[in-house]
Design a protein around this ligand. Structure first.
Ligand code: DX5
Ligand code: ZN
Length: 230
């Protein structure tokens, strides 16, 4: 049977109250989450702008949890060194950046992947993008972390797109991918169950955790999602 790694919870701080960000981070950390998911948006790759490396550096001082930095930016290669220097523990960038009219620019993707030195790297795929590009990627680089977007990136609070779970099944079953599969967008206790059933093991949740009247209950409801049989 395929082995699916342990379930981890990554609150997306996009849904936190930025006027008291330090308190918000400490609050979810003490309630037992595993990673801090930080959404970086440049207003080009997605139609929204969030924060840059300076704030990531500040966040690093507040939490001891690994920082999972999700780069929704047009030029990850240019900014990766700054985010690593700011304290990122995981750098997450999108395959769409390398999709050209002629197909996937694997050379540039590999160059960007190799520029992430000393920390983990994840590759992210948007809902409309076909998962088949991972055949070439997985046969070229030793990737052990994939992020499946379950909403179109740019904003929190959107509804989960169930069809993306087919990609997870293809990764697990056809491509025999045994690393971490993270899912991001519209996660709550019910969508998390379907995602874990399909083979995801890292759950990003913004609105569901930060907007909950009882955050501990929300976090536990994700942690207790039934794991797929091994
Ligand atoms: C969307 C971001 C997500 C988002 C998730 O572009 O990548 O991390 O904040 O938010 P919810 O959980 O509210 O869908
Ligand atoms: Zn994200």
């Amino acid at each position: 049977m395929v082995y699916y790694p342990q379930i981890k919870i990554a609150p997306s701080i996009l849904a936190a109250d930025y006027s008291k960000l330090a308190e918000e981070l400490i609050d979810v950390e003490k309630r037992g989450v595993d990673l801090m998911h930080i959404d970086i948006m440049d207003g080009h790759f997605v139609p929204n702008i969030t924060i840059g490396p300076g704030i990531v550096r500040t966040i690093k001082k507040v939490t001891s949890l690994p920082l999972d930095v999700h780069l929704m930016i047009e030029d990850p290669y240019k900014y990766i060194p700054e985010f690593i220097d700011s304290g990122a523990d995981i750098i997450n960038f999108h395959v769409e950046v390398f999709l050209e009219d002629t197909g996937l620019n694997i050379k540039n993707l590999v160059k960007t992947y190799q520029s992430v030195k000393g920390i983990r790297t994840a590759l992210t795929i948007n809902p409309p993008t076909k998962v088949e590009c991972f055949r070439e990627i997985l046969s070229t680089i030793d990737l052990d972390f994939i992020l499946i977007m379950s909403v179109n990136p740019g904003f929190g609070g959107q509804s989960f797109i169930n069809d993306v779970l087919d990609k997870v099944r293809i990764l697990r079953e056809d491509l025999q991918f045994k690393g971490d599969i993270q899912i991001d967008g519209g996660i709550n206790a019910s969508t998390a169950e379907s995602a874990v059933e399909a083979g995801c093991n890292i759950l990003v949740a913004g609105t569901y955790i930060f907007g909950a009247s009882d955050r501990t209950e929300a976090i536990n409801s994700l942690k207790n999602v039934k794991r797929r049989k091994q």
